[in-house]
Every structure is written in C-alpha cells, then in structure tokens.
Write a protein that binds this ligand. Structure first.
Ligand code: PBG
Length: 326
C-alpha cells in the first residue's frame, strides 16, 4: 500500500460530495432574534455598540417582527426598557408594562411568531442588579417572588416561553409553581441555566440600560473558570422543571455547550451574546475579517458544539444567507 494509506482529502475535491458529507447544518429554524422594546411611538434608537440593532417602540418592533418572520426567523426574545424603574423591579410585573404591551401588539399583528420573554429584574431596578437588594447583597429568596410575578404577567400577556436570566437559586421551581397555579402549565421554561459573569455582555448593558450601579454580578452569575459547576446549575434547573437549558455566552463556552448536550440530552440553547456579535461587526467594518463568513462560522460552531437553539443578533443576516437571498 502506498503512503499515505488514508487520504481524507479525497472527500474534499467534489463540491457535491463535500455538501453530501457535511455533518452540521444550520437552519433558520434554529435562530432566535433578540429585540429591545422602549416606550413611545416611531422610536428607532440605534445602539451604537451593536450596529444594526435598535431600541424600538412597540409599533416599530411589530414591523421588525414581521420582517423577521418573512425571512423565516419565527422566534424573538424580548427585553424591555421601561419608562421608570424601582427598587424591586415591580414595574416589570404590571399588565401594562413595556414588554407586556409589546407581546400583546405582536400577538395581534404578526402571524406565526413565537415570543420568548426574558425574565429578570436588572432592566427594571434603579440599581441595575437582577434582584432585590438587602444588606448590599442581591437577596435570593425575596427576588424569587418578583421573578414569579413577572413570569405570570408575561404569560398572561401572551408570551410563549418564559426565560429566566437572573441566576437566583430555586427560581425555576418558583416560576413553574406560579405559572401552573395561574393556569399556564403548558408554557415552557427556557432557563439561562449556565450563565457566566462575562465581559461579553458590555454592549447589551448599553442596549438595555441595565448596567449595575455598584459592584458586579459575580455573586450570582458563574465564574468563567468553572465547568463542573455549570453541570450542577443545569442539573438543578432540570430538576426544578426547566424544559430547555441555556448556556451563555456561547463562543468562549463551546466546551460547556458540548458537555451540556452530552451529559443531559436536553434541548439546549446557546446565547451568542452582544459582545460576541459586536466583535464580529467591528472587525468586519474595519475589513479585518470577512464579516459574513465569520458570522456563519461562529453560528455553525455553536450548533456543532451541541446547541439546538441559537439566540443571536445576527439572526436576520444569517437568515438571508441561509435563504440564499444575499
Ligand atoms: C439580563 C440579561 C443580560 C443579558 C441577557 N439577559 C445582561 C446581564 O446579565 O448583565 C446579556 C445578553 C447579551 O449580552 O447579549 N440579566
């Protein structure tokens, strides 16, 4: 036998064959598009650190949702920028809250769309932390109440999936109980199960106006150094009733996505967060990388690692490429 015995390159010459032996396929159905809703009408404020993303009033948001659905992106994740904030985040639990209004408007004007509602207090509290502050600490157990109230209120407005992103212990169980009690036992919970204290959230905090006013989130979000601990977080969320588990961020945490899918065999979501998006955009603008190519490579790698669902600000651009329209 001539050397080398194995010629892996044989499978790479013919484009048809190359496509045939492709192992991972990214689909528009995999993508969730995050959006920021703010008060007013006709508002479309550019978010400077996230080119192509905006704070949108409800009317503008509805049009964006129609555009997304027309491209096959039928799932959106909503974040609210409220008119006013308070100590505990009660503004997020009102039936006329900004996200509740947005959900009602989208549901009445856009067909065939699925709305994921992010549940957290940081956009709604004056101090920007994800829960109620007691003795300079985000108090776990009293925060569970506002999270459960917020969840029920979002379900009442018509949210299809509830996605808690706060990282309090026990919140999935409390939210599940509250949803069931209110008659929403059919609404799934997608928990941000392994959410790291990450520098990659920087641009989001401009977008959602949710930066903590003191300290940081390292007493509730995870240490980027830890992987076993992520498995414990995920196991406890599943035990408490999570239907889908999420890893966040995605790109620096592909190993965590891989472990999650392998160890739990659960529907797994990954959040390709704001900083990951903005790095690609910035380098693309400078012509340092081929932006579209890198975008698709990033999304594909997240899928290959094991994510079934990818939350990404690239959703519409990626859809254009997947649909062959750009
Ligand atoms: C709210 C929340 C954050 C993100 C999603 N939900 C910010 C944070 O935890 O500080 C970040 C998303 C992104 O960066 O795109 N808790």
């Amino acid at each position: 036998m001539a050397f080398p015995e194995t010629r892996l390159r044989r499978l790479r010459y013919n484009k048809v064959l190359r496509n045939m032996v492709t192992e991972t396929h990214l689909r528009v159905e995999d993508l969730v598009y995050p959006l920021f809703v703010c008060p007013g009408s006709g508002v479309k404020n550019p978010i400077s650190s996230m080119p192509g993303n905006y704070q949108m009033s409800v009317d503008v948001l509805v049009e964006e949702c129609k555009l997304a659905v027309s491209k096959g992106v039928k799932s959106v994740l909503l974040f609210g920028i409220p008119e006013s904030k308070d100590e505990h985040g009660h503004v997020a639990c009102q039936s006329d809250g900004i996200v509740q209004k947005a959900i009602r408007a989208i549901k009445s004007e856009v067909d065939d769309i699925m709305i994921v509602a992010d549940v957290c207090n940081c956009e709604y509290t004056t101090h920007g932390h994800c829960g109620t502050i007691i003795d300079n600490d985000v108090d776990n157990d009293s925060t569970l109440k506002t999270l459960a109230d917020q969840s029920v209120s979002l379900a009442e407005a018509g949210a299809d999936i509830i996605a808690p992103s706060d990282m309090m212990d026990g919140r999935v169980l409390r939210i599940r109980e509250a949803l069931d009690l209110a008659g929403y036992e059919k609404i799934p919970i997608m928990s941000y199960a392994a959410k790291y204290a990450s520098g990659f959230y920087g641009p989001f905090r401009e977008a959602a106006e949710s930066a903590p006013q003191f300290g940081d989130r390292s007493t509730y979000q995870m240490n980027p150094a830890n992987s076993d601990e992520a498995m414990r977080e995920i196991a406890s969320d599943i035990e408490e009733g999570a239907d889908i588990v999420m890893v966040k961020p995605a790109l620096s945490y592909l190993d965590i996505i891989y472990r999650t899918k392998n160890e739990f065999e659960m529907p797994t979501a990954a959040y390709n967060v704001s900083g990951e998006f903005s790095m690609v955009k910035a380098a693309g603008e400078k012509d340092w990388i081929d932006e579209k190519r890198v975008m698709m490579e990033v999304l594909l790698s997240i899928k290959r690692a094991g994510a079934d669902i990818i939350i990404t600000y690239h959703a519409l651009d990626a859809a254009d490429i997947l649909n062959g329209t750009k």
